[in-house]
Design a protein around this ligand. Structure first.
Ligand code: NCD
Length: 307
């Protein structure tokens, strides 16, 4: 039985404020209990989580798998490369067949807009969105919020500049919905060609100049150029992009003196971010984000499936 107001985690949009707080609180509690893994090791004992990833993933897939196993669940990974998708089976048929095997939850990554809702309508178990198209990646936004909260000690009034290819980024999509609801001042900073025409929610300021968008920001969140979601003619050259939009130490100096740097990964070093910034142990939260991802995903599975 879900302890959230929703049965599925398809995006930030359907979550209530109470759901968001419950997820962040549960993630913090699980992290605080990490030294005593026996305290949560049986939460999902006997459950089987099915990972269905139609797109490549390093962080998200392994993070969900580790999170599930930390809670005592077993994980089955559907592999696109060796599946019957290659033999012409439709997505709907694949989903109906996987559902017939009775998994306790499906973690889905898919390139189609709204794929998690499509699946949620057809299966008997909770569906967790691990990223769909350029729309939503809710657990990423939640782990970003947790990381900002830990780094700054608060969310209310913190200024976050989300910079780069905003228009193709589901990470930006979910963060633009989540962070303003937590009192964060969100700026999106993108060249005109990578700036979304419409924003998913209110409370977001736009900048096309990186220098202006970075000014006095507390958190600088860099995004990868999602070349796989662009026409070849739209893809800027790596060097030209770095010159205009790459985060260098000099540009980071425009942000608040104690600003932190975030990136959802995978990073393209020398394209959107310089090595010195990515690897700066004082400023970079990039591996903290990955660490927190496990606790956020544990929280999501625990609240959706745990007793
Ligand atoms: C992102 C994704 O796949 O949405 N990565 C992630 O999940 N941490 C961002 C990206 O692909 O650039």
């Amino acid at each position: 039985m879900s302890r959230l107001s929703v049965r599925h985690l398809t995006g930030i949009a359907p979550l209530s404020d109470a759901d968001i707080h419950a997820l962040l609180e549960r993630a913090r509690a699980l992290k605080a209990a990490r030294g005593n893994p026996a305290s949560f090791a049986d939460r999902l004992k006997g459950k089987i989580i099915l990972n269905v990833f139609y797109e490549d993933s390093t962080r998200t897939r392994n993070s969900f798998e580790i999170a599930a196993k930390r809670l005592g669940a077993e994980v089955v990974t559907w592999d696109k490369g060796t599946s019957s998708a290659k033999k012409g089976e439709t997505f709907a048929d694949t989903i109906l067949n996987l559902n017939a095997m009775g998994p306790d939850a499906i973690v889905l990554r898919h390139s189609e807009y709204g794929a998690p809702e499509f699946v949620a309508k057809r299966v008997a178990c909770p569906v967790i969105n691990a990223g769909d198209s350029w729309r939503e990646h809710p657990t990423q936004a939640l782990l970003d919020a947790l990381t900002i909260l830990e780094a700054k000690g608060r969310l209310e009034g913190v200024t976050v500049a989300i910079c780069g290819d905003v228009s193709h980024s589901r990470v930006a999509g979910s963060n633009m919905l989540l962070l303003p609801r937590l009192g964060v001042k969100v700026r999106i900073v993108a060249p005109p060609s990578l700036m979304p025409q419409t924003l998913p929610g209110p409370g977001v300021e736009r900048f096309t100049s990186l220098e202006e968008g970075l000014r006095a920001a507390d958190i600088v969140m860099m995004l990868r150029i999602q070349k796989e979601r662009m026409e070849a003619s739209e893809v800027p050259s790596d060097d030209a992009y770095f010159t205009q939009y790459g985060l260098t130490p000099a540009r980071l100096a425009l942000a608040a003196p104690d600003a932190f740097v975030m990136h959802p990964g995978p990073m393209n070093r020398g394209v959107e971010i310089a090595d010195e910034v990515a690897d700066d142990p004082q400023r970079s939260l990039i591996l903290k984000q990955v660490e927190n991802g496990v606790f956020v995903r544990m929280a999501a599975m625990d609240l959706l499936l745990g007793s």
